[in-house]
Design a protein. Sequence first.
Lengths: 493, 250
Amino acid sequence: MSQPSVDDLVAARREYSAGFVTDVEADTLPPGLNEDVIRFISARKDEPEWLTEWRLQAYRQWQEMSEPDWPHLHYPKVNFQDISYYSAPKSQTDGPRSLEEVDPELLRTYEKLGIPLHEQAALAGVVPDPEQPSSNVAVDVVFDSVSIATTFKQKLADAGVIFCPISEAVKSHPDLVKKYLGSVVPQKDNFYAGLNSAVFSDGSFVYIPKGVRCPMELSTYFRINERNTGQFERTLIIADAGSHVSYLEGCTAPMRDENQLHAAVVELVALEDAEIKYSTVQNWYPGDENGRGGIYNFVTKRGLCAGARAKISWTQVETGSAITWKYPSVVLRGDDSVGEFYSVALTNNRQQADTGTKMIHMGKNTRSTIVAKGISAGRSDSSYRGLVRVSPTAANARNFTQCDSLLIGDLCGAHTFPYIENKNNTAIIEHEASTSKVSDDQLFACQQRGIDTEKAVSMIVNGFCKEVFRELPMEFAVEAGKLLEVSLEGAVG
Amino acid sequence: MSLLAVKDLHANVGEEDGQEILKGLNLQIQAGEVHAIMGPNGSGKSTLANVLSGRPGYTVTRGTLSLANEDLSHLEPHERAQAGLFLAFQYPVEIPGVSNMEFLKASTDSLAKAHNAEQPDAAGFIRQVRTLAESLDLDPQFLKRGVNEGFSGGEKKRNEILQLLLLNPKMAILDETDSGLDIDALKVVAEGVNRYRSADNGVLLITHYQRLLDYIVPDVVHVLADGQIIQSGDKNLALELEAKGYTWLT
């Protein structure tokens, strides 16, 4: 089959976008949340009845719940009736038409991060202009993402991997979704997970069949396609016995997003001998230097090592959002299963983060490792909150926790809230913590060797984060370093 | 033309209204010369090193300082380093997590960039650094460790000399590099400085003891007291100071 020409693609795009705009107008709900809204969302998505009921059940339970008040975070209360809970994927017709119209500050950041030009346009939400296809960068993006997606899909299909939007999986693989949705994070797990269960927009569904090693990192694809999943993202990843998958969420580039509240849920299920590696780079808008604007990121992420010798590993680099509330956790149910959490959380200006993990040991000989690095600059506040729980059944459980804070300047804060609940006296639990400061003497020593302050800070911070960065997929480890450098701009001097 | 020219330098610790430490200091060092500054505690020796290198926490209230005719007074510390000024620290600081090799590369690259020169290729650079380290009796393994992290006092000082030889600046200031060194380490440090000496660069040794000057022979010796140079002479002045102390001068 011959390749479609660029003109064909542009023509197709023109038709599509024309039809799309009309759709959007009919598809946005006014603010507010009630059972009718949930029925509407479910109907628009053409969902089966069981899922509608599941959402409604979540909603009813959510109404009885209240927001957690224990985090070390300060922000005005969210009015949940002020939010519109359904808008069809934004066509972004009101977005910029070309890179020239994009905020130069944003482009400067992209450039520093080394993001290719065609991805810059996609990330900045540039709308393709059908009248001028030849001069339009975004057409390349459409072209690229279509061709890349096709290649990827073929490779994955050959391996038997299912990888699609969860809304699609509800229809194509209802048994899997029905069996596992809410199995790790129940509807009433917490306030935000409850809200997500009621109104979730879309997200990814991954199933790796028995014994299959996923042929690629499920990452590059997202660089281009993981947009418009909405503010209530829902992801479900199932690794069947003996399978292996590495999944990367997010992007080092700051994302343009109009929604202030994000409440995502991610559920991972690893069966016997399966391994899931989930890496996140989060760089949503953190608000300006006085703390105006910025995303509230209230996420529930949890993995279940359901079978023996299963392994789940979370790696996160969190630099964005005004408020972060996030504790990627592992339930170690299978004997000899392994849970890992590697985290870098950087806050600058007025950002606040309360993040950490929970390792719940249930099976025998279960092992967990926690390495958390918090960096606070400006007037920001960063807290590590971690729970290690060893059940009576978890003979010979082992945990090692290392929790380090690095302060830059005199106005920021770092806090550690470790919780240890041990009900089995064969367990070995270790906790190490440290707090250090980037000192003026260190900065001067670097400057005296010709290294400017910004570079010096980034070098020191990167050194501090080394143990976590080496857990990231290679290409992202480099980007993560650059990301920290950009996020720390203006932190010193 | 002097390589380093300091004229009527007045400097306070802290802000404009801080205590005056340097009170009209004059110093001229020609290319190819080694000068030693000696003086009692509190005379302003370390302040001079800090003010020349632009360390925050001091305010210059009067006077000029220039290196190879470039006015340094308004330059940031890293710009002064890029202009060719090097300070070997009295107390080298630890930078955990940043490996020594990484630090040296960042430094070399920054200086190369400032001079629009090409950055050295990684393999050749590593070889060069390893050879230098061995010549200073430093175990090449130390290059993989964090900068000065867990180094002994002697290792820290030898590390400063390694940086001096690698970066090869126009003007090197050694701030009491000899303090806390045993005689063997002192000889290694002195050999390093002597290797660095050339007709194109200059050395300013700040020291408390004459001992170092047995190994690095200065062209000029100055005595600093109460923020001013009160006496200058040849290497014999140092011996005289050693014998008589400072009181006969002040």
